[in-house]
Design a binder for this molecule. Structure first.
Ligand code: ZN
Length: 372
């Protein structure tokens, strides 16, 4: 009797493990590599109990592995340490040490960093790829930025639209920020932080030639802050790097080769979104349907994005309005009524509505479809 109960419990536990493995696979963030570069999936802003987060650093590593990330940064607040009485830690590199000791770089790249936490201006910023967080402790913020620069850090302005510091939610560049940019102490901006997207921050990035970033800024659990079990995802920065390595990620960030993946929307410069769209959506077949004048075009979408496309040609579609979906990891066929049988090729321009290349502007793709 005892044995059969044990076997029954074993069966139950095995089947529940089987289900969770499937779910863990489904939640992974997947985007293809682009021509010439690896697409590195990064979350570069996270907290643990070593500043104002609610979890031990090991949880950040486990969450990142479940989400299929390639790299995370450890960015505890330097100046805000609400758990210090319970968790004294004279060494400000400790959270990074715990996270980086858990994994090999082949599994997950852990980047050392710190959040410089000041009122506006300059507000909050993350310095990543630092060598020693302890040396960043100073009352004078310019000393902190200068030390971070000395350590070779990539520094980005966090949530410039945060209503605690900008009550109207509008990101504005101040003289202090301009000074930091001129002194090469500010290299990027969070255009997406947690639940917000700032078109104004995107404009500033484009005008000032700064790197576009998006981060989770997670304090609690990823699963409680983002609807991952309902097909949602945390915001991440896609970094287009020559290799899957710490130094290549750093080079790519300084060169501004990024895009942001936020709420099923891709945000980035046109020169970075275009190759990503080309790698994500492939035309797999073009043919007239039987003896009709209706052209069938099949697409394969190998990315996590559910793309919303807008037909900008003068032809109407047979089974869709001018706006149609290309669901993630799915093959979709669209029928175009070309009136007569076209010969040679059809040049088809589409807007990808869930992308942003500059304020109010989605990316467009131009397909040159060879007609058999
Ligand atoms: Zn933060």
């Amino acid at each position: 009797m005892k044995i059969s109960v044990t076997i029954l419990m074993l069966m139950v536990s095995v089947s529940s493990i089987g289900q969770s493995l499937e779910a863990i696979e489904a939640r992974k963030i997947v985007f293809p590599n682009v021509t010439g570069y690896h697409t590195i999936i990064c979350d570069l802003h996270q907290h643990t109990v070593f500043s104002d987060g609610a979890v031990w650093p090991s949880v950040r590593v486990m969450e990142a592995q479940r989400d299929g990330l390639d790299a995370i940064a450890v960015t505890e607040h330097l100046e805000y340490q609400p758990h210090k009485d319970d968790i004294p830690h004279p060494d400000r590199n400790r959270a990074f040490e715990i996270e980086s000791s858990m994994v090999q770089a082949e599994e997950l790249i852990v980047i050392p960093g710190s959040e410089i936490t000041r009122s506006m201006p300059p507000g909050h910023a993350n310095a990543i790829f630092i060598k020693d967080a302890n040396k960043l402790l100073s009352d004078d913020y310019m000393e902190v930025y200068a030390e971070a620069k000395k350590q070779g850090a990539f520094i980005f302005w966090n949530h410039p639209d945060w209503t605690d510091q900008a009550p109207d939610g509008i990101a504005r560049l101040t003289e202090i920020h301009r000074d930091l940019i001129d002194q090469q102490m500010l290299h990027g901006i969070e255009v997406v932080n947690m639940y917000t997207f700032s078109e104004e921050a995107l404009s500033i990035c484009l005008q000032e030639n700064l790197t576009i970033l998006g981060t989770s800024d997670v304090h609690g659990l990823i699963d409680w802050e983002y609807p991952v079990w309902f097909g949602g995802h945390r915001p991440v920065t896609l970094v287009f790097a020559e290799k899957r390595s710490m130094s290549s990620i750093k080079d790519a960030l300084f060169a501004g080769r990024t895009a942001v993946w936020f709420n099923n929307t891709l945000i980035g410069r046109v020169e970075h979104l275009k190759p990503l769209l080309e790698a994500s959506v492939k035309v797999t077949n073009v043919a007239y349907a039987g003896n009709t004048n209706v052209l069938e075009v099949s697409f394969s979408n190998v990315s996590d994005a559910n793309f919303t496309m807008k037909n900008t040609s003068s032809y109407s579609l047979q089974r869709n309005s001018n706006i149609f979906e290309l669901p993630a990891h799915t093959e979709t066929t669209i029928r175009i009524k070309t009136i007569t049988r076209l010969e040679g090729a059809l040049n088809w321009k589409l807007e990808v509505l869930n992308t942003v290349v500059k304020p109010q502007t989605p990316a467009t793709i131009e397909l040159n479809l060879a007609i058999p």
